[in-house]
Design a protein around this ligand. Structure first.
Ligand code: UT7
Length: 332
């Protein structure tokens, strides 16, 4: 890149990974009926748009999913792991309480050592990838990194309460990654991040580890209708804010890639932006809600299917526990 002009960041490769075990809604129905929990394919499809999700096998760690997605992104970018000088993993389901899944990933990539690059996890639940991308963009523009690996990776199947039909049918496992590099041309145009900690209780895993035991409930709790209502509002406000920051309008958008939680929330966001339905990237049907992995997974699917192309203007949006939300606008 030109070393005298402005410094931006740009995505140079995307990758993703889904664990092989795929469960359809009917598979979930069979699994839950054995526990006395009633649900149906019709309810899940109609209320969420979800038809299937992937669950990781026992013994597979979040860092394993992150590793597969990272290798695919590095290959797409034409980069080697040795080129990476920053790793951020967005996850709420890390391998351990500490150290970070990013540090474990660095080791699995074979680039750990005495002068190893910075590696850390970022916790913003389903907004995590969008937050991580904005943080990496700021670090690259400030000269603190030039080839960042940004990953969203989750194994939500491990924190689901399979006796709670209002949550257990919604989530899945997976990982997505991008390589973000310093560039003389943008790249990332603007970002807009927010949190409102008054809403901690509407989407949380309230347990913690204390005195050698899990203290409190270690399974996911969600007030779905409350999250739904907030999500619809903040996805619209973040979309407008990030467009204004970048000096762009809805008409400039080629693609909208929102957090993949519920097709009704996604369609409502697209409609408010007056986007044609085909400009909305949808993977929630096949992936379920993979939290921090959902946006990079959807981006990679859109890139590899030939829809998102070099030069396209793309809006990424996250929303979730915290309550957190945010948008990143970029020229791909
Ligand atoms: O990842 C972070 C962001 N997360 C989200 O964006 C999730 C946002 N929330 C949602 O997507 C929706 O609120 C849900 C999909 C979670 C729920 O949909 P809803 O239309 O808000 O349904 P509801 O919670 O109001 O429940 C309606 C009915 C209830 O029955 P009654 O009380 O009307 O008799 C539920 O018990 O649907 C029932 N129900 C189910 N029925 C069959 C709830 N879950 C199920 C189920 N199968 N799995």
């Amino acid at each position: 890149m030109n070393t005298t002009g402005p410094r931006y960041s740009r995505i140079t490769g995307t990758g993703s990974h889904l664990p092989p075990r795929r469960l359809t809604n009917d598979d979930m129905v069979s699994m839950l009926v054995a526990r006395g929990v009633e649900t149906s394919d019709a309810w899940i499809v109609e209320r969420t748009g979800i038809r299937a999700r992937h669950f990781a096998a026992d013994g597979v760690a979040c860092s394993d999913l992150a590793l597969a997605a990272s290798r695919a992104a590095l290959q797409a970018a034409g980069r080697h792991a040795e080129d990476v000088d920053l790793i951020i993993v967005a996850t709420s389901t890390p391998d351990m309480v500490f150290p970070s899944t990013a540090a474990i990933l660095q080791h699995k990539l074979g680039i750990a050592g005495p002068s190893g690059c910075p590696a850390f996890d970022l916790q913003a639940v389903c907004s995590g990838f969008v937050y991580a991308l904005a943080v990496a963009d700021a670090m690259i523009r400030a000269g603190g990194a030039s080839c960042a690996l940004i990953v969203g990776a989750e194994i939500f199947s491990r924190i689901l309460d399979f006796d709670d039909r209002t949550t257990c049918v919604l989530f899945g496992d997976g990982a997505g990654a991008v390589v973000l590099e310093a560039s003389g041309e943008p790249g990332i145009l603007a970002s807009d991040l927010h949190a409102d900690g008054r809403h901690v209780g509407i989407l949380c895993v309230p347990g913690t580890v204390a005195g050698g035991r899990v203290s409190g409930d270690p399974l996911l709790k969600m007030d779905g209708p409350a999250v739904f209502k907030l999500a619809v509002g903040v996805l619209d406000s973040a979309a407008r804010a990030v467009l204004a920051k970048a000096g762009r309008t809805e008409a400039d958008l080629d693609w909208l890639i929102p957090h993949q939680a519920n097709i009704r929330i996604m369609q409502s966001t697209a409609k408010k932006l007056k986007l044609a339905p085909e400009k909305l990237i949808v993977t929630v049907d096949e992936h379920g809600n993979t939290s921090a992995a959902s946006v990079p997974l959807a981006l990679d699917v859109a890139v590899r299917s030939g829809r998102v192309q070099r030069g396209d203007t793309v809006m990424l949006e996250g929303v979730g526990g915290g309550f957190t939300w945010g948008a990143v606008l970029l020229d791909f």
